[in-house]
Design a protein around this ligand. Structure first.
Ligand code: ATP
Ligand code: MG
Ligand code: MG
Ligand code: MG
Length: 466
């Protein structure tokens, strides 16, 4: 294609470089300085200390007035979670790149709006009649006025006003009513944020000493618009991954079909696997190894989700499936993100280890399932008991949808009410355990206080929080 993914990214950088911006590297997808955040989910994350005025003078970023970059983002847990859309829609990924330009107390709305328009229509050459923009219409509850300034600025461009930019992939029609309507052919491409107020505790708005610009553009969405594709997955960002998946599994080629049109479910599985290998590789490279809590648990769940699709739709053998796709991703994205080249071997080892462990869980669960199924068929009930279904999940870690699938294959029914009862019973039992351990924890606080007395420690500033 004329606008290869690589060219799109580099053009973004040079456009803002020519306008006085420093192109900075993406920050890690594991936010090291922000415990409130599961994963980096927007370009602005690494600049938050600048906006809040809490950045250290020694920080390299502190000197910047204007910056641009492509930020690695993950939205698969916490406040932003697009995981359930992945496979199903054409424009949400769990891992994606967010292109951004920033002004820290330097230029403001006028330049930001004019440049975004110039870049999209003059440089990238997108058809202006297919672009729709929105402006902030105010919020009386929060005492916020409509952003008439943005409205006026946008008006000087030949469009309807706003701070989000949407692109209509069909064209030649008025698609204004489709903006924000979840239509896959009218996509939000770019979000411009104008920071000018600081909300006070009493909800009043105090103008900031300096005004800032924060923008975020979905790289995969932009590339798909420029390559004239209905879907992000039909671009050269995903093709090398699909080719590799095909080579490894021997599946039919990818055809970019969705929902009912994806008759055999194979296209959906292609999207899930290609999306998930991206998340897994970048998360693990940045230090988020799969485990049982927090972000490690998100990584584990994403891997298991991918493995189940690969098993079911590609008949793939589990144990080293993802690591066979890995080289195609490293080849494609390693130049922009050298960390995945450096960490390739570690990523491979962790993926294999995690997959093998999951494969053992599946094997064990399947054996157990066979036992329960034989019992049910033996006593002529033709029904898998709710307690058995629950035990497969709870004790053996066997996914419920696999149980369902296997039960169907053997003509065994499952009773949702019985399963719910078993689940409820288990919950009550674990509640009782929790309550008794809370008593224990309280006891410890007490003992701790006593111990402090004995050691003659100064009294604590605050009441202990537990
Ligand atoms: P949407 O409404 O489509 O979910 P958003 O409003 O949640 O997007 P923002 O938080 O405004 O997204 O992020 C800035 C830009 O990042 C969006 O305009 C979009 O182009 C892109 N983007 C957001 N989420 C995703 C995702 N899951 N996959 C790919 N691109 C995304
Ligand atoms: Mg969203
Ligand atoms: Mg949105
Ligand atoms: Mg948005």
């Amino acid at each position: 294609p004329e606008w290869t993914g690589v060219r799109v990214r580099n053009t973004f950088f040079s456009f803002f470089e020519e306008r006085g911006h420093t192109v900075v590297p993406s920050s890690s997808v594991v936010p090291h300085n922000d415990p409130t955040l599961l994963f980096t989910n927007a370009g602005m994350n690494q600049f938050k200390p600048i906006f809040l005025g809490t950045i250290a003078n020694t920080d390299d970023l502190a000197k910047l007035k204007r910056a641009a970059d492509s930020q690695k983002c993950i939205r698969a847990g916490g406040k932003h979670n697009d995981l359930d859309d992945v496979g199903k829609d054409s424009y949400h990924h769990t891992f994606f790149e967010m292109l951004g330009n920033w002004s820290f107390g330097d230029y403001f709305k006028k330049e930001a709006i004019e440049w975004s328009w110039e870049l999209l229509t003059k440089v990238y050459g997108l058809d202006p009649t297919r672009l729709y923009v929105t402006y902030f219409e105010g919020n009386p509850e929060l005492n916020l006025e409509p952003d008439l300034e943005a409205k006026e600025l946008w008006k000087s461009a030949p469009v309807v006003p706003c701070s989000e930019i949407h692109y209509d992939k069909v064209g030649g029609r008025n698609a204004a009513h489709l903006v924000n309507a979840d239509d896959p052919l009218v996509v939000e491409v770019w979000n411009n944020v104008f920071m000018q107020f600081d909300r006070q505790e009493d909800k009043s708005l105090k103008p900031l000493p300096a005004k800032h610009i924060d923008t975020g553009m979905g790289y995969e969405r932009l590339v798909s618009a420029l390559q004239n594709k209905d879907s992000n997955y039909a671009t050269d960002i995903f093709t090398p991954l699909f080719n590799k998946i095909q080579e490894v599994t021997g599946a039919r080629p990818y055809t970019d079909k969705y929902g009912k049109d994806d008759v055999d479910g194979i296209d959906t599985a292609y999207r899930v696997v290609a999306d998930h290998i991206r998340l897994l590789t970048f998360a693990i490279s940045d230090g988020a190894a799969p485990n049982n809590e927090g972000r490690g648990y998100v990584v584990r769940r994403v891997l298991r989700r991918g493995v189940r699709y690969a098993r079911k739709y590609f008949n793939a053998e589990i144990g080293s499936f993802f690591s066979q796709i890995l080289p195609a991703l490293v080849e494609q994205m390693g130049e922009q993100f050298p960390e995945i080249v450096k960490k390739q071997q570690d990523v491979k080892e962790l993926l294999d280890e995690e997959e093998e462990a999951f494969s053992r869980t599946l094997d064990r669960g399947e054996k157990q399932f066979e036992k329960y199924a034989a019992e049910a068929l033996g006593n002529g009930s033709k029904k898998l008991s709710g307690a058995d279904v629950w035990r497969l999940y709870d004790t053996f870690g066997f996914p419920e949808d696999l149980t369902k699938l296997m039960a169907e294959e053997r003509g065994l029914s499952m009773d949702e009410k019985e399963i719910a009862e078993a689940r409820e019973k288990a919950r009550e039992a674990s509640k009782a355990v929790k309550e008794s351990s809370q008593t224990f924890a309280k006891l410890n606080v007490h003992q701790l206080a006593e111990l402090k007395d004995q050691l003659q420690l100064p009294p604590p500033d605050d009441e202990p929080k537990f």
